[in-house]
Design a binder for this molecule. Structure first.
Ligand code: NAP
Length: 326
């Protein structure tokens, strides 16, 4: 990159990602008076915005994901956080005059920053069977909140056995006549309270030890071909729609060659959210961790912003340091 192409302004930190982790980092960074900008993808949405009910965020008995994130955004705005709707396409290191900084490139411009907080989250995993891509938007969905109302009095299936699958299956019972949860084992991964609610719901039935082999239809989805993993036979069930919730893939393409990631692509960090690259911190669902929840994303975001504050002070030679007697 030529010197004349370099951004003149240097931010203390650029936050990439506009979910709970990113906005919490933004609140903490703005309160610390770090010169900060948060970039939220113009085409991608945080998973939380399509979650209809959140009931395990302490102090907030029940809210929607959209409302909770909206409150976080307004809170961050109140502290003066700058936000831009731009998608990051590349991240490059630049060392100049012994001074290292990161160049964050978007479709519109380049930003220079001493530190970067990666809060890019994760996106829905695909099953990878015939019909899945072909019928997206015509019966295959990854968002019950968005598409559930189209299935009033119709039969739908949900694939997966985790928290998302059960939570969304329960939501779909508001509209659908029946919801078949298709899971590859004979017990669920989901948390006990969701299992209890799903088992007690008369509209929900389970296809155990089953995997989807093919999604069939004409203009829209008409049926699923299921293989029974225990007994062996293949059967076809009639459905009008299928909702796929089989877990997440980290959104780490722009950093995967810069920071250390695990075998599944999640960013490896320390407890302080530092990655293997100096000045790059990661938080929320994109990092390797044991529990992916809104509350843990927020905790990560706060820790990352605190780490950035210490890092920026150190780079600028104004660390607070230990107290010494004068
Ligand atoms: P998850 O916990 O990873 O569960 C994915 C489910 O899909 C598992 O049951 C898995 O089966 C199944 N699966 C994976 N690959 C498959 C394939 N190729 N074919 C068929 N089935 C497949 O993912 P998640 O439910 O999306 O949850 C993600 C994170 O968000 C979790 O940490 C979860 O706790 C959290 N979350 C929490 C809440 C809540 O607290 N209310 C709500 C939503 C999500 P196996 O069990 O056999 O591996």
């Amino acid at each position: 990159m030529e010197e004349q192409d370099m951004p003149k302004d240097i931010y203390d930190v650029v936050i990439i990602g506009g979910g709970p982790a990113g906005f919490t980092a933004g609140i903490y960074a703005a309160r610390s008076k770090l010169r900060t900008i948060l970039l939220e993808g113009s085409s991608t949405v945080s998973q939380i915005t399509v979650t209809d009910i959140i009931e395990n965020y302490p102090g907030v008995p029940e809210t929607s994901g959209f409302d909770l994130l909206d409150a976080m955004k307004r809170q961050a705005g109140g502290f003066g956080l700058a936000v831009a709707q731009e998608t990051v396409s590349a991240l490059k290191a630049q060392v100049q005059d012994d001074f290292s900084r990161w160049i964050v490139e978007t479709e519109k411009r380049r930003y220079a920053a001493l530190a970067v907080i990666v809060a890019t989250g994760a996106s829905w995993r695909r099953i990878g069977v015939p019909g899945e891509e072909e019928f997206i938007g015509r019966g295959v969905s990854f968002c019950a909140t968005c598409d559930g109302p189209f299935y009033k009095n119709r039969a739908v299936a949900v694939v997966g056995g985790g928290d998302t699958a059960l939570q969304e299956a329960l939501f779909l019972t508001k509209f659908a006549s029946s919801v078949t949860v298709i899971h590859r084992r004979e017990r669920l991964r989901a948390t006990a309270i969701l299992q209890e609610r799903a088992s007690a719901n008369p509209k929900i039935n389970f296809a155990w030890n089953a995997v989807v082999q093919e999604i069939r239809g004409d203009q829209t989805v008409r049926s699923l071909v299921l293989q029974d993993l225990k007994e062996g036979p293949v059967r076809e069930i009639a459905v009008d729609g299928v909702f796929i919730f089989i877990g997440l893939e980290p959104v780490t393409a722009v950093v995967k060659d810069i920071v250390r990631c695990d075998e599944r692509g999640y960013i490896v960090t320390g407890d302080d959210m530092k990655t293997s690259a100096p000045g790059i911190f990661a938080c929320g669902d994109c990092r390797k961790k044991s529990l992916r929840q809104v509350i843990t994303a927020c905790g990560d975001g706060a820790t990352a912003a605190h780490g950035v504050q210490l890092y920026v002070d150190e780079v600028q030679g104004r660390s607070y340091g230990a107290w010494r007697s004068p």
